[in-house]
Structure formats: C-alpha cells, structure tokens
Design a protein around this ligand. Structure first.
Ligand code: ADP
Ligand code: ADP
Length: 225
C-alpha cells in the first residue's frame, strides 16, 4: 500500500471555536475517499488544511512523505485541488485557460502544451478545446475545473462538492470521470450528500462537529444503512 497522504492529530481553532478536533487518517493509492458530513462539520476547514491554504492549530500532514508545513512547495506539487467555486476565466477558451493555469502552477515551459493536452483529454474536453468557457454547460465547466486540478499530474486530487448545481446526467458523467481519475490518482471528495460517496467512492469517513466519527470501506458503510 503506497501512502499518499498521512494526516495526524489535526486540530483547527477559530478563536475559541474548535472546528476540527484530532482528525487522523491516511489516503493510499487507489483510494477514492469520501469525506462526508453536514454543513458546519469541518469539511472545508480540513480540505483547506490538506491543500496547504490554512495552517492547522496542531497536527501534521505529510504528502508522499513530505511535510506540508515544512516544505509547502514540494508537497503542493503532489496536490491538485478543485474548490467548490473554481475561478474560471469565462472569456478564455478551454485551452487558453488550461495553459494559463499550467503557467501559474509552474509547469516547465516546454511541458505546458503536453500537460494541457493530457489533462483535457482525460477530462473529455478535446471537442470543446477552442470554445469559450462562458459558452460551456455547467457540466463541461466542471470538467474544466477538474482538468486544471490535474494539470501538474499530482499524486492526490482533492475535490470539494464536485457535483453541486449539476443536472442528473451531468452528475453521472462527473462521477464517472472521478472514478476514472481514481485509477491513477488518490482522491479525496468532500460532500454533504450520501449518494455522492455511494456513487463514486470506495472508502468513506464521516466528520461530525469536527471529529471523525466513522471510517470504513464503502461496503462497510452500506452494511450500516
Ligand atoms: P463544513 O465545510 O463542513 O461546512 P467548515 O469547515 O466550513 O464546515 O466549518 C466548521 C466550523 O468552523 C463551523 O462551526 C463554522 O462556523 C466554523 N468556521 C469556519 N470558518 C470559520 C472562520 N473563518 N471563522 C470562524 N469560524 C469559522
Ligand atoms: P507558494 O507561495 O508556496 O509559492 P503557490 O500558491 O504559488 O504557493 O503554489 C505553489 C504550488 O502549489 C504550485 O507550484 C502548484 O503545484 C500548487 N498549486 C497552487 N494552486 C493549485 C491548485 N489550484 N490546484 C493544484 N495545485 C495548486
């Protein structure tokens, strides 16, 4: 089992409020891990700590053995992130946008074109590569969001509520895409809806009031329902 993420005893306080309390878990290669919990449970706080955008009050995060707090640049190279509301530049075409993101992500100049082609192919965007993002359906815009998250070919991809606001057909397509990505990346999918993890994940963790209250395989969860 190749361990991609090791989170140990994560805590996060906002003033006196403890939003995340003693959260520990591992993500291994092949895991599509659902991070399930109601609003206010501490999902966003945890995802922000895992992506290195919010410092834990206590605890450690290692990404492929690299300490995220000590070596943020090296660790972040192995992390891709789809925020709940990705900043998509609507006036750019898909390829222009992905090229721009690759540069931001410091993909080496001579590798930018290959990185853009690889991630847009994997996300089923070849036919729309010259279209303006503004003119794409929400489902396709979400594929663009996923394509930017995998541009630098990270070991781990973190997805925040990836199907919110999509119609049932788009949801099915995005879930299929996530399962495919799970064959080559470790995935953490944060959501407040159970069907999302049922349709997509092979492991699940439930967070409630900042604590992990359940962690098992997907079959393990189904046996409780
Ligand atoms: P979720 O993503 O599961 O909805 P959050 O991580 O956003 O949960 O929030 C967990 C708790 O932390 C909630 O009680 C929320 O009100 C609180 N919280 C989140 N962000 C802040 C902040 N910037 N300042 C103060 N409290 C916050
Ligand atoms: P720093 O202040 O450490 O330079 P940056 O925000 O410039 O942090 O990003 C450092 C690394 O983080 C980038 O090289 C890239 O690999 C990764 N990164 C930043 N944003 C994202 C994102 N949205 N998705 C995936 N990786 C990202």
């Amino acid at each position: 089992r190749e361990i991609l993420i090791q989170a140990e005893h994560l805590h996060r306080y906002y003033g006196p409020i403890c939003a995340v309390r003693d959260v520990s878990f591992e993500l291994a290669k092949g895991d599509v891990l659902g991070f399930l919990g109601p609003n206010g449970a501490g999902k966003s706080t945890t995802m922000q700590m895992l992506t290195g955008t919010l410092a834990p009050s206590a605890g450690t995060i290692r990404v492929q053995g690299i300490d995220l707090l000590d070596h943020p640049k090296r660790a972040k190279r192995e992390l891709g992130y789809l925020p709940e509301q990705p900043p998509l530049y609507r006036e750019l075409t898909v390829d222009e946008y992905l090229t721009y993101c690759a540069r931001l992500r410091r993909v080496a100049g001579r590798e930018v074109r290959a990185a853009v082609e690889r991630s847009r192919s994997r996300c089923g965007l070849n036919e729309v590569r010259r279209r303006l993002i503004a003119n794409l359906s929400k489902g396709y815009q979400q594929r663009v969001g996923i394509a930017q998250a995998i541009l630098h070919n990270p070991a781990v991809v973190i997805l925040d509520e990836p199907t919110v606001g999509l119609d049932p057909i788009q949801i099915r397509e995005i879930r299929g895409l996530i399962r495919e990505l799970g064959e080559s990346h470790g995935i953490i999918l944060s959501t407040h809806i159970l069907p999302e993890v049922q349709g997509t994940c092979n492991r699940v963790q439930i967070i409630h009031r900042g604590r992990l209250v359940f962690a098992d395989s997907m079959q393990g969860l189904e046996s409780h329902l």
